[in-house]
Write a protein that binds this ligand. Structure first.
Ligand SMILES: C[S@@+](CC[C@H](N)C(=O)[O-])C[C@H]1O[C@@H](n2cnc3c(N)ncnc32)[C@H](O)[C@@H]1O
Ligand code: SF4
Length: 385
Protein backbone atom coordinates (compact mmCIF):
# COMPACT_ATOMS: atom_id res chain seq x y z
CA UNK A 1 0.00 0.00 0.00
CA UNK A 2 1.51 3.31 -1.03
CA UNK A 3 0.76 6.39 1.03
CA UNK A 4 1.70 8.67 -1.87
CA UNK A 5 -1.30 8.04 -4.08
CA UNK A 6 -2.13 11.67 -4.76
CA UNK A 7 -4.26 11.15 -7.86
CA UNK A 8 -7.01 9.17 -6.13
CA UNK A 9 -10.50 10.52 -6.78
CA UNK A 10 -13.51 8.72 -5.33
CA UNK A 11 -17.23 8.91 -6.04
CA UNK A 12 -19.62 8.03 -3.21
CA UNK A 13 -23.24 7.30 -4.16
CA UNK A 14 -25.85 7.01 -1.38
CA UNK A 15 -28.94 4.78 -1.67
CA UNK A 16 -31.08 5.90 1.28
CA UNK A 17 -33.60 3.08 1.68
CA UNK A 18 -33.75 -0.02 3.90
CA UNK A 19 -36.32 -2.75 4.50
CA UNK A 20 -36.35 -1.94 8.22
CA UNK A 21 -34.51 0.41 10.54
CA UNK A 22 -31.95 -1.22 12.84
CA UNK A 23 -32.21 0.13 16.41
CA UNK A 24 -28.51 1.11 16.64
CA UNK A 25 -28.18 2.83 13.27
CA UNK A 26 -28.10 6.59 12.67
CA UNK A 27 -27.14 6.48 8.99
CA UNK A 28 -29.35 8.33 6.52
CA UNK A 29 -31.67 5.40 5.89
CA UNK A 30 -35.43 5.38 5.44
CA UNK A 31 -38.14 2.75 5.28
CA UNK A 32 -40.86 3.27 2.65
CA UNK A 33 -43.95 1.12 2.41
CA UNK A 34 -44.93 2.38 -1.03
CA UNK A 35 -42.90 1.32 -4.06
CA UNK A 36 -39.83 3.45 -4.81
CA UNK A 37 -39.63 4.88 -8.31
CA UNK A 38 -36.11 3.62 -9.02
CA UNK A 39 -36.08 4.90 -12.59
CA UNK A 40 -36.80 8.40 -11.37
CA UNK A 41 -34.04 8.12 -8.78
CA UNK A 42 -31.66 6.75 -11.42
CA UNK A 43 -32.33 9.79 -13.62
CA UNK A 44 -31.71 12.11 -10.66
CA UNK A 45 -28.44 10.34 -9.78
CA UNK A 46 -27.30 10.72 -13.39
CA UNK A 47 -28.21 14.41 -13.35
CA UNK A 48 -26.36 15.11 -10.09
CA UNK A 49 -23.35 13.16 -11.41
CA UNK A 50 -23.32 15.38 -14.54
CA UNK A 51 -23.48 18.58 -12.47
CA UNK A 52 -20.79 17.42 -10.03
CA UNK A 53 -18.49 16.33 -12.88
CA UNK A 54 -18.81 19.82 -14.39
CA UNK A 55 -17.28 21.34 -11.26
CA UNK A 56 -14.51 18.71 -11.09
CA UNK A 57 -13.15 18.64 -14.65
CA UNK A 58 -10.08 16.58 -15.53
CA UNK A 59 -10.41 14.14 -12.63
CA UNK A 60 -10.02 10.42 -13.15
CA UNK A 61 -12.22 8.29 -10.92
CA UNK A 62 -10.22 5.57 -9.14
CA UNK A 63 -12.95 4.26 -6.84
CA UNK A 64 -16.73 4.22 -6.61
CA UNK A 65 -18.67 3.25 -3.48
CA UNK A 66 -22.41 2.56 -3.55
CA UNK A 67 -23.32 2.86 0.13
CA UNK A 68 -26.44 3.19 2.19
CA UNK A 69 -28.94 2.49 3.42
CA UNK A 70 -29.16 -0.75 1.52
CA UNK A 71 -27.85 -0.41 -2.06
CA UNK A 72 -28.50 -4.13 -2.64
CA UNK A 73 -32.20 -3.20 -2.80
CA UNK A 74 -31.48 -1.47 -6.13
CA UNK A 75 -32.17 -3.29 -9.36
CA UNK A 76 -28.97 -4.12 -11.26
CA UNK A 77 -30.27 -1.82 -14.03
CA UNK A 78 -30.32 1.12 -11.59
CA UNK A 79 -26.73 0.38 -10.54
CA UNK A 80 -25.82 0.07 -14.22
CA UNK A 81 -27.37 3.47 -15.00
CA UNK A 82 -25.40 5.12 -12.15
CA UNK A 83 -22.10 3.57 -13.26
CA UNK A 84 -22.78 4.47 -16.86
CA UNK A 85 -23.38 8.11 -15.90
CA UNK A 86 -20.10 8.18 -13.94
CA UNK A 87 -18.24 6.76 -16.97
CA UNK A 88 -19.90 9.27 -19.27
CA UNK A 89 -19.05 12.38 -17.28
CA UNK A 90 -15.64 11.52 -15.80
CA UNK A 91 -12.64 9.53 -16.96
CA UNK A 92 -12.37 6.30 -15.01
CA UNK A 93 -9.19 4.31 -14.31
CA UNK A 94 -9.00 0.93 -15.98
CA UNK A 95 -8.77 -0.85 -12.63
CA UNK A 96 -11.42 1.26 -10.89
CA UNK A 97 -12.67 -0.30 -7.63
CA UNK A 98 -16.49 -0.42 -7.56
CA UNK A 99 -17.94 -1.48 -4.19
CA UNK A 100 -21.60 -2.10 -3.39
CA UNK A 101 -22.86 -2.46 0.19
CA UNK A 102 -25.28 -5.32 0.64
CA UNK A 103 -27.53 -6.47 3.45
CA UNK A 104 -27.81 -10.30 3.74
CA UNK A 105 -31.60 -9.96 3.77
CA UNK A 106 -31.57 -8.75 0.19
CA UNK A 107 -28.82 -10.88 -1.34
CA UNK A 108 -29.84 -13.07 -4.23
CA UNK A 109 -27.41 -14.80 -6.56
CA UNK A 110 -29.12 -13.53 -9.72
CA UNK A 111 -28.97 -9.95 -8.49
CA UNK A 112 -25.29 -10.29 -7.62
CA UNK A 113 -24.48 -11.54 -11.10
CA UNK A 114 -26.44 -8.59 -12.45
CA UNK A 115 -24.38 -6.19 -10.34
CA UNK A 116 -21.19 -7.76 -11.61
CA UNK A 117 -22.38 -7.44 -15.20
CA UNK A 118 -23.16 -3.76 -14.46
CA UNK A 119 -19.56 -3.14 -13.35
CA UNK A 120 -19.49 -3.77 -9.59
CA UNK A 121 -16.29 -5.65 -8.66
CA UNK A 122 -16.40 -5.70 -4.86
CA UNK A 123 -19.17 -6.18 -2.27
CA UNK A 124 -19.31 -5.34 1.39
CA UNK A 125 -21.88 -7.33 3.37
CA UNK A 126 -23.49 -6.22 6.63
CA UNK A 127 -23.29 -9.53 8.50
CA UNK A 128 -23.01 -7.90 12.00
CA UNK A 129 -22.93 -11.19 13.94
CA UNK A 130 -22.72 -14.92 13.35
CA UNK A 131 -24.91 -15.71 16.37
CA UNK A 132 -28.70 -15.84 15.96
CA UNK A 133 -29.53 -14.56 19.45
CA UNK A 134 -27.14 -11.62 18.96
CA UNK A 135 -28.60 -10.83 15.54
CA UNK A 136 -32.04 -10.71 17.11
CA UNK A 137 -30.77 -8.42 19.87
CA UNK A 138 -29.34 -6.13 17.18
CA UNK A 139 -32.75 -6.05 15.50
CA UNK A 140 -31.47 -7.68 12.34
CA UNK A 141 -33.89 -9.40 9.98
CA UNK A 142 -31.52 -12.21 8.95
CA UNK A 143 -30.14 -15.33 10.64
CA UNK A 144 -26.48 -16.37 10.85
CA UNK A 145 -27.22 -19.07 8.25
CA UNK A 146 -28.62 -16.47 5.84
CA UNK A 147 -25.58 -14.27 6.42
CA UNK A 148 -23.21 -17.14 5.63
CA UNK A 149 -25.25 -18.02 2.55
CA UNK A 150 -24.92 -14.40 1.41
CA UNK A 151 -21.15 -14.57 1.97
CA UNK A 152 -21.04 -17.75 -0.16
CA UNK A 153 -22.96 -16.00 -2.95
CA UNK A 154 -20.59 -13.01 -2.75
CA UNK A 155 -17.59 -15.34 -2.89
CA UNK A 156 -18.88 -16.98 -6.07
CA UNK A 157 -19.82 -13.75 -7.81
CA UNK A 158 -16.90 -11.48 -6.86
CA UNK A 159 -13.13 -11.76 -6.54
CA UNK A 160 -13.21 -9.15 -3.81
CA UNK A 161 -15.64 -9.11 -0.90
CA UNK A 162 -15.69 -7.97 2.68
CA UNK A 163 -18.13 -8.20 5.54
CA UNK A 164 -18.91 -6.15 8.63
CA UNK A 165 -19.31 -7.37 12.19
CA UNK A 166 -20.35 -5.35 15.22
CA UNK A 167 -18.67 -6.32 18.49
CA UNK A 168 -18.40 -4.99 22.04
CA UNK A 169 -22.07 -5.86 22.30
CA UNK A 170 -23.97 -6.17 25.62
CA UNK A 171 -22.72 -9.13 27.72
CA UNK A 172 -20.18 -10.21 25.10
CA UNK A 173 -17.39 -12.26 26.66
CA UNK A 174 -13.88 -12.42 25.20
CA UNK A 175 -14.25 -16.17 24.62
CA UNK A 176 -17.55 -15.85 22.76
CA UNK A 177 -16.16 -13.05 20.56
CA UNK A 178 -13.00 -15.01 19.79
CA UNK A 179 -15.08 -18.00 18.67
CA UNK A 180 -17.29 -15.81 16.49
CA UNK A 181 -14.31 -13.97 15.03
CA UNK A 182 -12.52 -17.23 14.20
CA UNK A 183 -15.58 -18.34 12.27
CA UNK A 184 -15.66 -14.98 10.48
CA UNK A 185 -11.97 -15.16 9.58
CA UNK A 186 -12.52 -18.62 8.10
CA UNK A 187 -15.25 -17.15 5.88
CA UNK A 188 -13.38 -13.97 4.98
CA UNK A 189 -11.19 -13.67 1.93
CA UNK A 190 -9.17 -10.49 2.04
CA UNK A 191 -11.03 -7.90 4.11
CA UNK A 192 -13.10 -7.55 7.29
CA UNK A 193 -14.64 -4.48 8.94
CA UNK A 194 -14.97 -4.92 12.71
CA UNK A 195 -16.83 -2.10 14.46
CA UNK A 196 -17.34 -1.67 18.18
CA UNK A 197 -21.01 -1.00 18.92
CA UNK A 198 -21.49 2.73 19.41
CA UNK A 199 -24.57 4.23 20.97
CA UNK A 200 -25.75 6.90 18.55
CA UNK A 201 -27.97 9.75 19.73
CA UNK A 202 -31.70 9.55 18.94
CA UNK A 203 -31.70 5.84 18.16
CA UNK A 204 -33.79 3.26 20.05
CA UNK A 205 -30.52 1.90 21.50
CA UNK A 206 -29.74 5.35 22.92
CA UNK A 207 -33.05 5.30 24.81
CA UNK A 208 -32.44 1.79 26.15
CA UNK A 209 -28.89 2.72 27.11
CA UNK A 210 -29.99 5.86 28.94
CA UNK A 211 -32.56 3.90 30.97
CA UNK A 212 -30.01 1.22 31.88
CA UNK A 213 -31.78 -1.52 29.89
CA UNK A 214 -28.87 -1.88 27.50
CA UNK A 215 -25.43 -2.06 29.03
CA UNK A 216 -22.36 -2.00 26.81
CA UNK A 217 -18.85 -3.11 27.87
CA UNK A 218 -16.95 -0.66 30.06
CA UNK A 219 -13.67 0.86 28.87
CA UNK A 220 -11.45 -1.96 30.16
CA UNK A 221 -13.59 -4.74 28.73
CA UNK A 222 -13.92 -2.91 25.39
CA UNK A 223 -10.14 -2.57 25.25
CA UNK A 224 -9.69 -6.27 26.01
CA UNK A 225 -12.11 -7.11 23.19
CA UNK A 226 -10.21 -4.74 20.89
CA UNK A 227 -6.86 -6.31 21.80
CA UNK A 228 -8.23 -9.83 21.26
CA UNK A 229 -9.49 -8.68 17.83
CA UNK A 230 -6.08 -7.32 16.81
CA UNK A 231 -4.28 -10.44 18.00
CA UNK A 232 -6.53 -12.91 16.23
CA UNK A 233 -6.75 -10.99 12.95
CA UNK A 234 -2.99 -10.36 12.78
CA UNK A 235 -2.29 -14.02 13.49
CA UNK A 236 -4.52 -14.93 10.53
CA UNK A 237 -2.96 -12.49 8.04
CA UNK A 238 -5.65 -9.81 8.37
CA UNK A 239 -3.92 -6.98 10.26
CA UNK A 240 -5.73 -3.70 10.86
CA UNK A 241 -4.85 -1.03 8.30
CA UNK A 242 -7.36 1.31 9.93
CA UNK A 243 -8.83 1.37 13.43
CA UNK A 244 -11.78 -0.89 12.42
CA UNK A 245 -10.68 -2.31 9.08
CA UNK A 246 -8.56 -5.37 8.45
CA UNK A 247 -7.10 -6.62 5.18
CA UNK A 248 -4.48 -8.79 3.64
CA UNK A 249 -1.71 -6.42 2.49
CA UNK A 250 -2.75 -4.97 -0.88
CA UNK A 251 -6.46 -5.74 -0.35
CA UNK A 252 -7.37 -2.53 1.51
CA UNK A 253 -10.57 -0.77 0.41
CA UNK A 254 -9.19 1.89 -1.91
CA UNK A 255 -12.29 4.01 -1.65
CA UNK A 256 -12.15 4.31 2.12
CA UNK A 257 -8.44 5.15 1.86
CA UNK A 258 -9.50 8.21 -0.15
CA UNK A 259 -11.33 9.54 2.92
CA UNK A 260 -8.64 8.66 5.43
CA UNK A 261 -5.76 9.99 3.35
CA UNK A 262 -7.54 13.28 2.75
CA UNK A 263 -7.94 12.84 -1.01
CA UNK A 264 -10.78 14.24 -3.11
CA UNK A 265 -14.20 12.66 -3.46
CA UNK A 266 -17.61 13.57 -4.83
CA UNK A 267 -20.77 12.82 -2.83
CA UNK A 268 -23.84 11.90 -4.87
CA UNK A 269 -27.36 11.12 -3.63
CA UNK A 270 -29.38 12.07 -0.52
CA UNK A 271 -27.23 13.06 2.47
CA UNK A 272 -23.91 12.39 0.70
CA UNK A 273 -20.80 14.31 1.73
CA UNK A 274 -18.02 15.37 -0.62
CA UNK A 275 -14.59 17.00 -0.49
CA UNK A 276 -13.81 18.88 -3.66
CA UNK A 277 -10.89 21.14 -4.56
CA UNK A 278 -11.50 24.33 -6.47
CA UNK A 279 -9.01 27.17 -7.08
CA UNK A 280 -6.60 25.57 -4.64
CA UNK A 281 -9.18 25.49 -1.88
CA UNK A 282 -10.85 22.43 -0.35
CA UNK A 283 -14.64 22.57 -0.19
CA UNK A 284 -16.88 20.43 2.02
CA UNK A 285 -20.20 19.62 0.35
CA UNK A 286 -23.34 17.90 1.64
CA UNK A 287 -26.63 17.19 -0.06
CA UNK A 288 -30.22 17.28 1.21
CA UNK A 289 -30.85 14.22 3.40
CA UNK A 290 -34.55 13.54 2.82
CA UNK A 291 -34.76 11.32 -0.27
CA UNK A 292 -37.88 12.85 -1.82
CA UNK A 293 -36.75 16.43 -1.13
CA UNK A 294 -33.33 15.62 -2.63
CA UNK A 295 -35.08 14.15 -5.67
CA UNK A 296 -37.13 17.31 -6.24
CA UNK A 297 -34.12 19.60 -5.76
CA UNK A 298 -32.12 17.64 -8.32
CA UNK A 299 -35.01 17.75 -10.77
CA UNK A 300 -35.25 21.51 -10.35
CA UNK A 301 -31.61 22.55 -9.91
CA UNK A 302 -29.53 19.69 -11.29
CA UNK A 303 -28.05 18.93 -7.85
CA UNK A 304 -29.11 18.39 -4.23
CA UNK A 305 -26.24 20.29 -2.58
CA UNK A 306 -27.34 22.32 0.44
CA UNK A 307 -23.92 22.85 2.08
CA UNK A 308 -20.87 23.99 0.14
CA UNK A 309 -18.30 25.42 2.52
CA UNK A 310 -14.72 26.45 2.00
CA UNK A 311 -12.51 24.76 4.59
CA UNK A 312 -9.96 27.00 6.29
CA UNK A 313 -6.35 25.81 6.34
CA UNK A 314 -6.78 24.94 9.99
CA UNK A 315 -9.94 22.92 9.37
CA UNK A 316 -8.31 21.03 6.50
CA UNK A 317 -5.22 20.25 8.54
CA UNK A 318 -7.37 19.07 11.49
CA UNK A 319 -9.33 16.83 9.15
CA UNK A 320 -6.07 15.38 7.85
CA UNK A 321 -5.07 14.55 11.46
CA UNK A 322 -8.47 13.18 12.41
CA UNK A 323 -8.77 10.91 9.39
CA UNK A 324 -5.10 10.07 8.82
CA UNK A 325 -4.37 8.95 12.36
CA UNK A 326 -7.05 6.26 11.99
CA UNK A 327 -4.70 4.56 9.55
CA UNK A 328 -1.89 2.23 10.52
CA UNK A 329 0.30 4.13 8.01
CA UNK A 330 -0.31 7.28 10.07
CA UNK A 331 0.28 10.85 8.87
CA UNK A 332 3.10 12.78 7.32
CA UNK A 333 3.91 15.77 9.59
CA UNK A 334 5.31 17.65 6.57
CA UNK A 335 1.97 17.46 4.84
CA UNK A 336 0.32 18.71 8.02
CA UNK A 337 2.76 21.63 8.06
CA UNK A 338 1.95 22.50 4.44
CA UNK A 339 -1.81 22.33 5.09
CA UNK A 340 -1.85 24.15 8.43
CA UNK A 341 0.93 26.65 7.75
CA UNK A 342 2.53 25.54 11.03
CA UNK A 343 4.06 22.36 12.40
CA UNK A 344 2.72 20.06 15.10
CA UNK A 345 3.72 20.85 18.67
CA UNK A 346 6.91 18.84 19.36
CA UNK A 347 6.37 18.83 23.14
CA UNK A 348 2.94 17.26 22.76
CA UNK A 349 4.33 14.67 20.34
CA UNK A 350 7.07 13.80 22.83
CA UNK A 351 4.54 13.44 25.66
CA UNK A 352 2.23 11.18 23.66
CA UNK A 353 5.25 9.14 22.60
CA UNK A 354 6.34 8.69 26.21
CA UNK A 355 2.81 7.60 27.11
CA UNK A 356 3.03 4.94 24.37
CA UNK A 357 0.08 6.37 22.39
CA UNK A 358 2.06 7.25 19.26
CA UNK A 359 5.34 6.44 17.53
CA UNK A 360 7.47 8.63 15.29
CA UNK A 361 9.05 6.31 12.78
CA UNK A 362 12.31 6.52 10.82
CA UNK A 363 10.38 7.69 7.76
CA UNK A 364 9.18 10.64 9.86
CA UNK A 365 5.54 9.48 9.88
CA UNK A 366 3.48 9.72 13.03
CA UNK A 367 1.52 6.60 13.91
CA UNK A 368 -0.96 5.74 16.64
CA UNK A 369 -0.02 2.54 18.51
CA UNK A 370 -2.39 -0.33 19.34
CA UNK A 371 -2.43 1.07 22.87
CA UNK A 372 -3.34 4.52 21.52
CA UNK A 373 -6.12 3.45 19.14
CA UNK A 374 -8.82 2.94 21.81
CA UNK A 375 -8.23 6.56 22.92
CA UNK A 376 -7.76 7.95 19.41
CA UNK A 377 -10.13 10.89 19.91
CA UNK A 378 -8.11 12.12 22.88
CA UNK A 379 -4.83 11.71 20.96
CA UNK A 380 -6.17 13.71 18.00
CA UNK A 381 -7.59 16.41 20.29
CA UNK A 382 -4.22 16.70 22.00
CA UNK A 383 -2.26 17.02 18.76
CA UNK A 384 -4.71 19.42 17.15
CA UNK A 385 -4.84 21.76 20.17
C1 LIG B 1 -24.67 1.95 7.04
S1 LIG B 1 -24.41 0.27 7.22
C2 LIG B 1 -24.72 -0.29 5.59
C3 LIG B 1 -24.78 -1.79 5.45
C4 LIG B 1 -26.15 -2.43 5.32
N1 LIG B 1 -27.20 -1.49 5.34
C5 LIG B 1 -26.35 -3.39 6.45
O1 LIG B 1 -26.71 -2.93 7.54
O2 LIG B 1 -26.17 -4.57 6.24
C6 LIG B 1 -22.65 0.13 7.36
C7 LIG B 1 -22.14 -0.55 8.60
O3 LIG B 1 -22.06 0.33 9.68
C8 LIG B 1 -22.00 -0.42 10.88
N2 LIG B 1 -22.76 0.30 11.90
C9 LIG B 1 -23.89 1.01 11.73
N3 LIG B 1 -24.29 1.54 12.92
C10 LIG B 1 -23.39 1.15 13.87
C11 LIG B 1 -23.24 1.36 15.28
N4 LIG B 1 -24.13 2.09 15.96
N5 LIG B 1 -22.17 0.81 15.90
C12 LIG B 1 -21.28 0.07 15.21
N6 LIG B 1 -21.37 -0.17 13.89
C13 LIG B 1 -22.40 0.35 13.22
C14 LIG B 1 -22.57 -1.79 10.57
O4 LIG B 1 -21.56 -2.77 10.73
C15 LIG B 1 -22.97 -1.67 9.11
O5 LIG B 1 -22.74 -2.85 8.38
S1 SF4 C 1 -29.89 -2.06 7.21
FE1 SF4 C 1 -27.87 -0.99 7.46
S2 SF4 C 1 -28.24 1.17 6.88
FE2 SF4 C 1 -30.25 0.16 7.11
S3 SF4 C 1 -30.87 0.69 9.17
FE3 SF4 C 1 -29.82 -1.31 9.29
S4 SF4 C 1 -27.62 -0.83 9.68
FE4 SF4 C 1 -28.64 1.07 9.04
Amino acid sequence: MSAADTTAFGVYVHWPFCLSKCPYCDFNSHVRHAAIDEDRFARAFAREIATTAERTPGRTVSSIFLGGGTPSLMKPATVGAILEAIGKHWSVTRDVEVTLEANPTSVEATRFHGYRAAGVNRVSLGVQSLDDAQLKALGRMHSAREALDAVAIARKAFDRYSFDLIYARPNQTIDAWQDELKLAIAEAAEHLSLYQLTIEADTPFAGLHASGKLVIPDEDHARALYDATQELCSAHGLPAYEISNHARPGAECRHNLVYWRGDEYAGIGPGAHGRIDSDGVRRATATEKRPETWLMRVEQLGHGVITDDELTREERADEYLLMGLRLREGIDPTRYRVLAGRGLDQDRIELLREEGAITVDNDGRLRVTQQGFPVLDAVVADLAA
